[in-house]
Design a protein around this ligand. Structure first.
Ligand code: AZG
Ligand code: ZN
Length: 211
């Protein structure tokens, strides 16, 4: 029997249109880690309000020059693709933009800046991306506690594993501001019934399983 004619052949992860508005006043160079993370928080805060996905955003930046290489937000809801996390979006767009699967090609020193420690999926995506530095706002249990997301099984020694592969880890950049975005998201979910797409089983959210 032939495969169905409507079998999907490709999928697309693209940024929501509103991101253009947010980028309109962003300089091409973000000099400090705080500048980079402040943009991430702004995008994350708007993303869930727009209904495109969870309260997550990420950027890829040239570490030394501060040049913005790509921007990503979580697009799980707008694309219907469960892997459309902010990190995957930002890394993929950076790879398209630079024309290489290796963001460290030619000795480039690029960093991924994201508003919490990557989840189980994005942990691997970051490891294989070629970035030389990972910058996170925080890494504790607070994200899951406040939002109800399940970030999956991430090793206790996650940061050491990055370091062992030549990826520096910088933590606690604008940490309290990240928690403010997550608290605003929790308030939004309570008020609107917005979908927490990969909720922890113990929160009563829809885990996608039939159990
Ligand atoms: C997520 N965690 C991070 N760090 N980023 C995303 O895009 C996520 N989506 N769900 N959990
Ligand atoms: Zn992720």
């Amino acid at each position: 029997m032939p495969v169905p004619a409507d079998l999907a052949r490709s999928f697309t992860i693209s940024l929501p249109a509103w991101v253009e508005e947010e980028l309109a006043d962003v300089p091409a160079v973000l000099a400090t880690r705080q500048d980079r993370m402040a943009l991430v928080h702004r995008l994350a805060g708007r993303n869930f309000r727009e209904g495109d996905g969870g309260p997550f955003a990420a950027v890829v930046v040239d570490t030394d020059s501060g040049e913005l290489v790509s921007v990503g937000v979580n697009v799980v809801l707008s694309t219907g693709i469960s892997s459309g996390h902010a990190e995957v979006t930002a890394l993929g767009l950076a790879q398209v933009g630079t024309g290489s699967w290796d963001l460290g090609a030619g000795g480039a020193r690029r960093e991924l800046v994201v508003n919490w420690r990557p989840c189980a999926q994005c942990y691997g995506a970051t490891l294989w991306s070629g970035v030389r530095t990972l910058v996170v706002a925080g890494s504790g249990p607070e994200l899951e506690e406040i939002t109800g997301f399940d970030e999956g099984p991430v090793r206790e020694d996650w940061a050491e594993q990055f370091q062992a592969r030549g990826i520096d880890v910088v933590t606690d950049v604008l940490r309290e501001e990240a928690l403010e975005v997550y608290r605003a998201y929790a308030t939004h979910v309570a008020a609107t019934g917005a979908v927490v797409y990969n909720a922890r089983a113990d929160t009563g959210g829809d885990t996608g399983s039939d159990g």
